[in-house]
Design a protein around this ligand. Sequence first.
Ligand SMILES: NC(=O)c1ccc[n+]([C@@H]2O[C@H](COP(=O)([O-])OP(=O)(O)OC[C@H]3O[C@@H](n4cnc5c(N)ncnc54)[C@H](O)[C@@H]3O)[C@@H](O)[C@H]2O)c1
Length: 360
Amino acid sequence: MSSSTIDVFEAGEHEQVVFAHDPISGLRAIVAIHSTALGPALGGTRFYPYASTDDALQDVLNLSRGMTYKAALAGLDLGGGKAVILGDPATIKTEALLRAYGRLVQSLGGRYRTACDVGTYSEDMDHIARECDYVTGRSVAHGGAGDSSVLTAFGVFQGMRAAAEATWGEPTLAGRTVGVAGVGKVGHHLVRHLVEDGAEVVVTDVDRSAVDRVLAEHLGVRSVADTDALVAMTLDVYAPCALGGALTDAVVETLSAVVVCGAANNQLAHPGVEKQLEERGILYAPDYCVNAGGLIQVADELEGFSFDRARQRAAGIFETTRSVFAAARQDGVPPAVAADRLAEQRMRDVGRLRGIWLNR
Ligand SMILES: NC(=O)c1ccc[n+]([C@@H]2O[C@H](COP(=O)([O-])OP(=O)(O)OC[C@H]3O[C@@H](n4cnc5c(N)ncnc54)[C@H](O)[C@@H]3O)[C@@H](O)[C@H]2O)c1
């Protein structure tokens, strides 16, 4: 493993960062536990060919912090963590590597619970679970919740309804033009909710087959060549559902949409973009607030999965988004700041109760 130039003690507020190496299976992994103030840290395992150990470390530190805020705002009894496995999953992912990783997660004694993320799937969680008790997002065949994108999309739609209500007075997208950038696992489910609600939907994706699938399913949906074209057209709502960093200075300047609400994590390209959005009169529904449906789904599995219970909880994203907008109005801050404050307040108020000793 190459040495890191990031000082983990300076880089964030993380409780614990664990590096693991199993040379025979090729496992090189980092687990970052950002906070356990509200419960065990939950977050997926990203399996990705990072250019360097530093890149992997930076990613896991950022992502684990985001999970803390997502779980806190969603009202879950969970903290925030994340793991990365370095390497190309297409070439190095084996049963032995996944089981070596399972033993690493087991060694943390439940302080960190893992799930799927980019490059890992429910079947991988099944292998990890052969060595480890702290795994969720398992396959349906093993009693798991399966694909989390179903409730992620449902939750984003609920957040978008709350944004529509705050903007136009009614919690519906009927008659509005919504641009969806990225119609992968989450984006294509989101399109279905929007079409059913009576929205005009325009999509784009770098993968032509993903666009074709959506156009074949929904006759009224249109597509444009790329995200630049989507952002430049007349829209009511822009829904980034591809990668992070979608809201750059240039995009915010160009957008005609008055609502931004999508599934992608870390949409703000840099701190300060939330203010620019506000100055342009664009209502931004904070990413981790509206995309918590998948986390809610895998968290439910820890209690024995009930899709109906998880769906009902994900429906609560409507109220949560509403309360974020209300707090933003009351405090005179952008919704992204209000969401952070609400999450931090819950961590303080509920986390403090751990200080009351109980014999359990
Ligand atoms: N899957 C979940 O449950 C979940 C939960 C929370 C957040 N998210 C986030 O939502 C986003 C989408 O997740 P997903 O599971 O649907 O992933 P996915 O890989 O299935 O879909 C992403 C889609 O975006 C497309 N894409 C990539 N770059 C693009 C670009 N520059 N322009 C247009 N399209 C582009 C890809 O071709 C793909 O079809 C990600 O940012 C993810 O982190 C997903």
